[in-house]
Design a protein around this ligand. Structure first.
Ligand SMILES: [Zn+2]
Length: 253
Protein backbone atom coordinates (compact mmCIF):
# COMPACT_ATOMS: atom_id res chain seq x y z
CA UNK A 1 0.00 0.00 0.00
CA UNK A 2 1.15 3.49 -0.85
CA UNK A 3 -1.50 5.39 1.00
CA UNK A 4 0.50 8.57 1.56
CA UNK A 5 2.09 8.89 -1.87
CA UNK A 6 -0.32 7.53 -4.50
CA UNK A 7 -3.56 9.39 -5.12
CA UNK A 8 -5.02 6.28 -6.78
CA UNK A 9 -5.01 4.56 -3.39
CA UNK A 10 -5.28 7.30 -0.80
CA UNK A 11 -8.10 9.25 0.79
CA UNK A 12 -8.56 12.72 2.23
CA UNK A 13 -8.25 11.44 5.78
CA UNK A 14 -4.68 10.30 5.09
CA UNK A 15 -3.46 13.44 3.37
CA UNK A 16 -5.18 16.33 5.14
CA UNK A 17 -2.66 16.58 7.98
CA UNK A 18 0.44 15.97 5.87
CA UNK A 19 2.65 18.61 4.28
CA UNK A 20 3.48 17.73 0.68
CA UNK A 21 6.66 19.03 -0.95
CA UNK A 22 6.01 18.04 -4.52
CA UNK A 23 3.33 16.70 -6.88
CA UNK A 24 4.19 14.08 -9.49
CA UNK A 25 2.16 13.78 -12.68
CA UNK A 26 2.59 10.60 -14.73
CA UNK A 27 1.64 11.29 -18.35
CA UNK A 28 1.17 8.56 -20.92
CA UNK A 29 -1.04 7.84 -23.91
CA UNK A 30 -3.79 5.55 -25.16
CA UNK A 31 -2.31 3.69 -28.11
CA UNK A 32 -1.50 0.25 -29.55
CA UNK A 33 1.74 -1.27 -28.23
CA UNK A 34 2.73 -4.00 -30.68
CA UNK A 35 0.45 -7.05 -30.24
CA UNK A 36 1.42 -8.00 -26.69
CA UNK A 37 1.18 -4.93 -24.41
CA UNK A 38 -1.92 -3.03 -23.27
CA UNK A 39 -3.04 0.27 -24.76
CA UNK A 40 -2.44 1.92 -21.40
CA UNK A 41 1.22 0.83 -21.15
CA UNK A 42 2.61 4.38 -21.13
CA UNK A 43 0.28 5.40 -18.29
CA UNK A 44 0.86 2.27 -16.23
CA UNK A 45 4.65 2.40 -16.45
CA UNK A 46 4.96 6.15 -15.85
CA UNK A 47 2.69 5.76 -12.82
CA UNK A 48 4.53 2.77 -11.35
CA UNK A 49 7.96 4.38 -11.81
CA UNK A 50 6.61 7.59 -10.23
CA UNK A 51 5.28 5.71 -7.19
CA UNK A 52 8.56 3.82 -6.70
CA UNK A 53 10.48 7.10 -6.98
CA UNK A 54 8.14 8.85 -4.53
CA UNK A 55 8.59 6.01 -2.02
CA UNK A 56 12.38 6.22 -2.37
CA UNK A 57 12.34 10.01 -1.95
CA UNK A 58 10.34 9.63 1.27
CA UNK A 59 12.69 6.94 2.60
CA UNK A 60 15.98 8.55 1.64
CA UNK A 61 15.42 12.26 2.27
CA UNK A 62 12.01 12.61 3.90
CA UNK A 63 10.55 14.44 0.91
CA UNK A 64 6.81 13.89 0.70
CA UNK A 65 5.48 13.52 -2.87
CA UNK A 66 1.98 12.79 -4.10
CA UNK A 67 1.66 10.87 -7.36
CA UNK A 68 -1.41 12.04 -9.28
CA UNK A 69 -3.47 9.76 -11.51
CA UNK A 70 -1.81 9.31 -14.92
CA UNK A 71 -3.03 11.39 -17.86
CA UNK A 72 -3.98 9.10 -20.73
CA UNK A 73 -4.19 11.78 -23.46
CA UNK A 74 -1.06 11.50 -25.60
CA UNK A 75 0.07 13.11 -28.82
CA UNK A 76 -0.02 10.59 -31.68
CA UNK A 77 1.63 10.27 -35.05
CA UNK A 78 -0.36 9.84 -38.25
CA UNK A 79 -0.75 6.16 -39.01
CA UNK A 80 -1.03 5.36 -35.30
CA UNK A 81 -4.01 7.57 -34.54
CA UNK A 82 -6.12 5.88 -37.25
CA UNK A 83 -5.84 2.50 -35.49
CA UNK A 84 -8.83 1.39 -33.38
CA UNK A 85 -9.14 3.14 -30.00
CA UNK A 86 -5.90 5.10 -30.34
CA UNK A 87 -6.61 8.59 -28.97
CA UNK A 88 -4.76 11.63 -30.24
CA UNK A 89 -4.66 14.65 -27.95
CA UNK A 90 -3.96 17.99 -29.61
CA UNK A 91 -1.36 20.38 -28.20
CA UNK A 92 -4.21 22.65 -27.05
CA UNK A 93 -5.87 19.77 -25.19
CA UNK A 94 -2.68 18.76 -23.43
CA UNK A 95 -1.92 22.36 -22.53
CA UNK A 96 -5.44 22.82 -21.13
CA UNK A 97 -5.07 19.66 -19.03
CA UNK A 98 -1.68 20.74 -17.69
CA UNK A 99 -2.90 24.29 -17.02
CA UNK A 100 -5.90 23.05 -15.03
CA UNK A 101 -3.79 20.64 -12.98
CA UNK A 102 -1.09 23.25 -12.35
CA UNK A 103 -3.52 26.00 -11.36
CA UNK A 104 -5.45 23.68 -9.02
CA UNK A 105 -2.29 22.55 -7.26
CA UNK A 106 -0.94 26.09 -7.10
CA UNK A 107 -4.13 27.38 -5.48
CA UNK A 108 -3.62 24.71 -2.80
CA UNK A 109 -0.11 26.01 -2.10
CA UNK A 110 1.92 23.50 -4.12
CA UNK A 111 5.05 25.01 -5.66
CA UNK A 112 6.69 21.98 -7.32
CA UNK A 113 5.24 19.77 -10.07
CA UNK A 114 7.19 17.07 -11.91
CA UNK A 115 5.80 15.36 -15.01
CA UNK A 116 7.03 11.77 -15.38
CA UNK A 117 6.46 11.21 -19.08
CA UNK A 118 5.98 7.74 -20.52
CA UNK A 119 5.15 8.49 -24.16
CA UNK A 120 7.70 9.52 -26.77
CA UNK A 121 5.18 11.65 -28.69
CA UNK A 122 4.56 13.97 -25.74
CA UNK A 123 6.51 17.21 -25.51
CA UNK A 124 5.79 19.69 -22.73
CA UNK A 125 8.55 22.25 -23.12
CA UNK A 126 6.64 25.08 -24.79
CA UNK A 127 3.58 24.74 -22.57
CA UNK A 128 5.81 24.74 -19.48
CA UNK A 129 7.50 27.91 -20.76
CA UNK A 130 4.08 29.53 -21.14
CA UNK A 131 3.04 28.42 -17.65
CA UNK A 132 6.30 29.73 -16.20
CA UNK A 133 5.15 33.20 -17.34
CA UNK A 134 1.61 32.75 -16.01
CA UNK A 135 2.59 31.02 -12.76
CA UNK A 136 6.17 32.07 -11.96
CA UNK A 137 5.98 30.69 -8.41
CA UNK A 138 5.22 27.15 -9.60
CA UNK A 139 8.24 25.17 -10.82
CA UNK A 140 7.19 22.60 -13.44
CA UNK A 141 9.76 20.03 -14.57
CA UNK A 142 9.30 17.22 -17.08
CA UNK A 143 11.38 14.09 -17.65
CA UNK A 144 11.03 10.94 -19.77
CA UNK A 145 11.36 7.98 -17.41
CA UNK A 146 12.60 5.64 -20.16
CA UNK A 147 15.50 7.98 -20.91
CA UNK A 148 16.65 8.62 -17.33
CA UNK A 149 19.30 5.87 -17.54
CA UNK A 150 21.20 4.63 -20.62
CA UNK A 151 19.06 1.82 -22.06
CA UNK A 152 22.03 0.14 -23.71
CA UNK A 153 23.50 -0.63 -20.25
CA UNK A 154 20.43 -2.74 -19.40
CA UNK A 155 19.05 -4.19 -22.65
CA UNK A 156 20.39 -6.16 -25.63
CA UNK A 157 18.35 -4.33 -28.26
CA UNK A 158 16.49 -1.28 -26.98
CA UNK A 159 14.12 0.28 -29.54
CA UNK A 160 11.48 3.00 -29.56
CA UNK A 161 8.06 1.62 -28.85
CA UNK A 162 6.76 -1.59 -27.21
CA UNK A 163 10.36 -2.73 -27.38
CA UNK A 164 12.56 -4.84 -25.09
CA UNK A 165 12.73 -1.97 -22.58
CA UNK A 166 9.00 -1.28 -22.21
CA UNK A 167 8.16 -4.98 -22.35
CA UNK A 168 10.72 -5.86 -19.66
CA UNK A 169 9.53 -3.14 -17.29
CA UNK A 170 5.91 -4.20 -17.81
CA UNK A 171 6.93 -7.83 -17.12
CA UNK A 172 8.47 -6.61 -13.85
CA UNK A 173 5.44 -4.65 -12.64
CA UNK A 174 2.53 -6.51 -14.29
CA UNK A 175 3.49 -9.87 -15.84
CA UNK A 176 -0.21 -10.70 -16.15
CA UNK A 177 -0.59 -7.89 -18.73
CA UNK A 178 2.14 -9.15 -21.09
CA UNK A 179 1.62 -11.81 -23.73
CA UNK A 180 5.08 -12.04 -25.26
CA UNK A 181 4.16 -15.13 -27.31
CA UNK A 182 1.85 -12.95 -29.42
CA UNK A 183 4.33 -10.11 -29.99
CA UNK A 184 5.33 -9.08 -33.50
CA UNK A 185 9.03 -8.48 -34.27
CA UNK A 186 8.73 -4.68 -34.02
CA UNK A 187 10.62 -4.25 -37.30
CA UNK A 188 10.76 -0.66 -38.52
CA UNK A 189 11.58 0.90 -41.86
CA UNK A 190 13.75 4.03 -42.07
CA UNK A 191 12.79 7.02 -44.22
CA UNK A 192 13.74 7.02 -47.89
CA UNK A 193 15.04 10.56 -47.31
CA UNK A 194 18.51 10.14 -45.82
CA UNK A 195 18.61 13.61 -44.21
CA UNK A 196 15.52 12.70 -42.20
CA UNK A 197 17.25 9.53 -40.98
CA UNK A 198 20.25 11.65 -40.05
CA UNK A 199 17.93 14.02 -38.15
CA UNK A 200 18.78 17.17 -40.09
CA UNK A 201 15.04 17.84 -39.82
CA UNK A 202 12.14 16.19 -38.04
CA UNK A 203 8.79 15.04 -39.39
CA UNK A 204 6.28 12.84 -37.57
CA UNK A 205 6.71 9.28 -38.77
CA UNK A 206 3.63 7.80 -40.46
CA UNK A 207 3.38 4.78 -38.20
CA UNK A 208 1.80 2.44 -40.76
CA UNK A 209 4.62 3.16 -43.21
CA UNK A 210 7.17 2.41 -40.55
CA UNK A 211 5.87 -0.62 -38.60
CA UNK A 212 3.57 -3.56 -39.34
CA UNK A 213 2.69 -4.45 -35.74
CA UNK A 214 2.93 -0.88 -34.32
CA UNK A 215 6.08 -1.84 -32.41
CA UNK A 216 9.51 -0.34 -33.03
CA UNK A 217 12.15 -2.56 -31.50
CA UNK A 218 12.11 -6.33 -30.99
CA UNK A 219 10.67 -7.28 -27.59
CA UNK A 220 11.75 -10.98 -27.86
CA UNK A 221 14.62 -10.70 -25.37
CA UNK A 222 12.57 -8.94 -22.69
CA UNK A 223 12.70 -10.36 -19.15
CA UNK A 224 11.25 -9.28 -15.83
CA UNK A 225 14.76 -9.26 -14.35
CA UNK A 226 16.01 -6.69 -16.87
CA UNK A 227 12.87 -4.67 -16.23
CA UNK A 228 13.40 -4.72 -12.47
CA UNK A 229 17.03 -3.56 -12.72
CA UNK A 230 16.13 -0.74 -15.09
CA UNK A 231 13.04 0.33 -13.12
CA UNK A 232 15.05 0.46 -9.89
CA UNK A 233 17.79 2.54 -11.49
CA UNK A 234 15.30 4.95 -13.07
CA UNK A 235 13.22 5.29 -9.92
CA UNK A 236 16.44 6.06 -8.03
CA UNK A 237 17.27 8.89 -10.44
CA UNK A 238 13.78 10.38 -10.17
CA UNK A 239 13.88 10.05 -6.37
CA UNK A 240 17.10 12.10 -6.37
CA UNK A 241 15.42 14.65 -8.65
CA UNK A 242 12.43 14.93 -6.29
CA UNK A 243 14.74 15.42 -3.28
CA UNK A 244 16.78 18.09 -5.06
CA UNK A 245 13.80 20.03 -6.38
CA UNK A 246 11.91 19.85 -3.09
CA UNK A 247 14.76 20.75 -0.74
CA UNK A 248 17.73 22.28 -2.50
CA UNK A 249 18.16 25.45 -4.51
CA UNK A 250 17.63 24.97 -8.25
CA UNK A 251 20.32 27.52 -9.20
CA UNK A 252 23.83 28.21 -7.93
CA UNK A 253 24.45 31.59 -6.30
ZN1 LIG B 1 4.91 3.04 -24.78
Amino acid sequence: MNREIDLSETCYGRVRDLQYDLAVLPWGATEPHNLHLPYLTDCILAHDIAVDAARKALETCGVCCMVLPPVSMGSQNPGQRELPFCIHARYETQKAILTDIASSLRAQGMRRLVIVNGHGGNCFKNMIRDLAVEMPDLLIAAGDWYAACPAQDFFDEPGDHADELETSVMMHYHPELVNLAEAGPGTSKPFAARMLNEKVAWVPRDWRRVSQDTGIGDPANATAGKGRRFAEAVAGRFAELFCELARGPVYRD
